[in-house]
Design a binder for this molecule. Sequence first.
Ligand code: GLA
Length: 432
Amino acid sequence: MAGILIQVSCLILGIISTTVGLDNGLALTPPMGWLTWERFRCITDCKKYPDECISENLIKRTVDLMVSDGYLEAGYEYVGIDDCWLEKKRGPDGRMVPDRERFPSGMKALADYIHSRGLKFGIYEDYGNLTCAGYPGVLGSEQLDIDTFVEWDVDYIKLDGCYIEPEHMDSGYPAFGEMLNKTGRPILYSCSWPAYQEDAKMLPDYASIAKHCNLWRNWDDIEDSWASASKIMDWFGDNQDRLAQHAGPGHWNDPDMLLIGNFGLSEDQAKTQMAVWAVLAAPLLISADLATMKPEFKRILLNKDIIAVNQDKLGKQGLRVWKQRNISVWNRELSDGERALAFVSQREDGIPYAVSLTFKDMQLPEQTYEVQDLYNEEKSRTVSPGEEFNVRINPSGVKFYKFIPKNKVLGSVQAKQILNSNVFNNEINNKH
Ligand code: GLA
């Protein structure tokens, strides 16, 4: 009897916990898309900067390029407007009003355009009284604003945390998420909740955050420089014991946007950001002008093998497993026993740096691997237990490889041979 009671109460608790948690079925792999903030900030003067101001023109132009230049096909599906899209005052009915000059057609028409090209629509708001740039926040108008977003067919909301006490976030963010859930429209929910708590030296409750948000900004805003990207990598490595376990299908840590294609990163540094973000199972949100994207950066953003690592269905965030002399090794376990390993140099001494690492250093299960260079700069090679793995890494650069268990490679070759000989035998049999 007691057993049955326990089972029944577990069932009820199970039902309650699944209904209060975020249950939108989205982001089974890290979200991919494009977002205005890092590159276009709060540029609102369209007379002076017609190609850069936050406006429907910028969004439409980006949507067209995402389709024509292969970004959508590669998986980048969300196009998001960050801060600075609102009028400074709500309308007489209390509703949010998109800037009348920069969004003359309104958000529903923009959403229709985005959807007609096969993309999804993301938008920014803030949980406080004001957004970080001083536009009206949602506090006190939550339901009305959510209803408005649903009328506009929004697919993704980034909810920032300026102008609200971090102490209120533990209840506020889940409450907003539940309201989103109740609309019945699947809306991806990006929370800035832990970023403000980390900043206030509180310890965020990541278990709760992972239950209520699809992705969450953990820490500082990324800026367009190697120093900033490098600092963020260090922070994610230093804090991985608290963070990594909470990432998984439906819920991801977010180290912030990709800088690739802007002014601040060299090609080597851009490759490094892409590799480490792939290992971290991070959302891949480009924030660059696609109209002026140089081919070498585009190649990095569209690298199919690296995107496949990022999107691996096991959904396990990788770890920094070794760091010495400003060289670090990042290891992500993938499905089917494969691994992605990034060897990152944060050295500034001007020449490629050589390291030799053991299986133990790389935290690699002992078996023979075929090693494929994900940037296609080197030929494939084999490494076996007992051997050391040698790499040479450019300053502020990366070597990024997939380690494929050799028995798997052999397995598939043998399978092909068997298949071929069966076909051959069948042909012979059929002839007789
Ligand atoms: C905060 C966020 C940024 C961006 C700006 C907009 O700083 O962390 O990502 O959204 O606000 O004002």
